[in-house]
Design a protein around this ligand. Structure first.
Ligand SMILES: Cc1cc2nc3c(=O)[nH]c(=O)nc-3n(C[C@H](O)[C@H](O)[C@H](O)COP(=O)(O)OP(=O)(O)OC[C@H]3O[C@@H](n4cnc5c(N)ncnc54)[C@H](O)[C@@H]3O)c2cc1C
Length: 429
């Protein structure tokens, strides 16, 4: 399963290449013992996943440990419907294995190229009445600052487990994850074009609830959202009534990329063609790059009860958004109990923006977008760009102090803390 092959040069920057990492040493271990040794001998250290974060959350001035060679499935426990994987596996490697063995994950992100541990660490999510990807974690094993292995399980470690899962990479190097599974299922994907924004606001819950996972793509220009992608779980023999209209939107007549001018070859199959969950829940296919990387992503979470008002607030920012936007996406995520999850105890709507890679322009616009969403208790995605003051962000995380204590217990000298964590989590402490 060792399909990852990143050169030393690739490991020096993030995927979008907007950030050159500051690591003075890169270690690519092939065993857990080697990983422990790398942690023990490091002054500062960070695990690196598939490098898909846009900000400096994964950065370090010390040792980067890339786990891409520790990417095996270790155990499939049929009695518990759980799988145990190594800390470097990516969803695109795990999905086909699970499907072949009769199992599925509850959801995926828009792309399968990301590592499970990296996605879990930042509360990465898909869409639907479904928790983020971290909610599938039942247990983790990690290497703490002393190089010792620590195991935490949902059914025996309660509070500290809820704090340790969305860990922003600051708790240690995750070497094993146990994930909850469900029986394998198949999905069809249908795309509709030009959904009126007023209709989306008026029927938000109905529209977002009209499939297993629903995404609305919009560049916030004009009065209609460009595309609605509806992913419907189907069983063999299910009948499916094709719609010739969806809340005023018309059906697409061919496979389509969220950016209509780009080739849909990179996208998972649409037009109602049924396929395995791992090849329909993501928007992009594993064998293809989702984009050139010439972008910066931004995403804000707002409690779902404010969805219509927040859409109105962003729609009123359309002139401000126009110069920076490539494409935006609206998704929903269920509430969870993970301390540093943006959906901690509250179901959310997430407003994602793929933007041109122009940070000087973006950093002038983001404070205005954040101000527009401020009345709705907005929280940023941990792995994307934002300009919100740390104090404001932390005020929306009631367990932030407990999370700091947890980091202190596992890493008293702050070996895993980097500039992002110091700035964002320890602000004013
Ligand atoms: C094209 C594209 C599409 C995206 N789509 C989505 C989407 O649909 N939904 C969404 O929510 N986000 C999305 N993202 C954001 C992405 O999912 C997150 O940034 C995620 O964290 C990426 O995982 P990674 O493995 O690349 O993490 P990295 O950037 O490598 O690392 C992220 C964090 O995880 C930590 N980490 C990684 N591995 C380990 C480990 N083994 N042990 C401990 N800590 C670890 C790192 O230290 C770092 O703090 C997208 C990003 C891109 C570039």
């Amino acid at each position: 399963m060792n399909t990852q092959d990143l050169s030393a040069e690739m490991l020096r920057t993030n995927w979008a290449k907007n950030l050159a990492y500051g690591a003075d040493r890169i270690v690519v271990p092939t065993t857990v013992a080697e990983t422990q040794e790398a942690v023990r001998s490091a002054r500062k250290v960070r695990a690196l996943g598939s490098r898909h974060c846009f900000n400096d959350i994964a950065d370090t001035t010390g040792t980067h440990i890339w786990l891409g060679r520790l990417n095996r499935v270790l155990t499939l426990d049929r009695a518990k419907s759980q799988v145990v994987v190594e800390g470097g596996i990516r969803y695109g490697e795990l999905g086909p294995y699970l499907h072949e063995h009769g199992y599925a994950l509850h959801n995926t992100a828009s792309l399968p190229h990301i590592s499970v541990a990296g996605a879990v660490a930042t509360a990465t999510h898909g869409s639907g009445a479904l928790g983020n990807l971290a909610t599938a974690v039942a247990a983790i094993e990690l290497i703490d600052a002393d190089g010792d292995l620590v195991s935490l399980a949902r059914d025996k470690d309660g509070g500290s487990f809820a704090g340790a899962i969305v860990n922003l990479g600051a708790l240690g190097v995750v070497t094993k994850l146990t994930l909850d599974l469900q029986p394998a299922f198949t999905v069809r994907q249908d795309v509709f074009l030009e959904l009126p924004v007023a209709t989306l606001q008026a029927h938000f819950d109905e529209i977002m609830g009209s499939g297993y996972s629903v995404s609305v793509f919009t560049d916030w220009q004009g009065d209609a959202a460009e595309q609605v992608w509806i992913k419907t779980a189907v069983k063999p023999g299910d009948s499916f009534a094709a719609r010739d209209s969806f809340f005023g939107a018309r059906p697409a007549t061919r496979n389509i990329h969220p950016l209509e001018r780009l080739d849909a070859l990179h996208c998972t199959a649409q037009m109602g063609v049924v396929g395995p969950w791992y090849d329909r829940l993501p928007h992009f296919r594993m064998g293809f790059t989702p984009a050139s990387g010439d972008e910066l992503q931004v995403e804000y979470f707002v409690p779902a009860e404010h969805a219509a008002a927040a859409i109105g607030a962003l729609h009123r920012c359309s002139d401000m958004i126009a110069p920076i936007i490539v494409m935006g996406e609206i998704r929903t995520i269920a509430a969870d109990d993970l301390w540093m999850s943006p959906c901690h105890h509250v179901p959310c709507v997430a407003f994602h923006f793929s933007c041109r890679q122009d940070w000087p322009a973006l950093k002038d616009v983001l404070p205005q977008l954040e101000a527009a969403l401020a009345p709705f208790d907005v929280r940023p995605h941990w792995g994307k760009m934002f300009t919100m003051p740390p104090e404001t962000i932390l005020s929306r995380y009631p367990k932030a102090a407990a999370f700091r204590d947890l980091l202190g217990a596992h890493d008293p000298s702050g070996k895993f803390r980097n500039a992002f964590v110091e700035r964002t989590i320890f602000a004013g402490v």
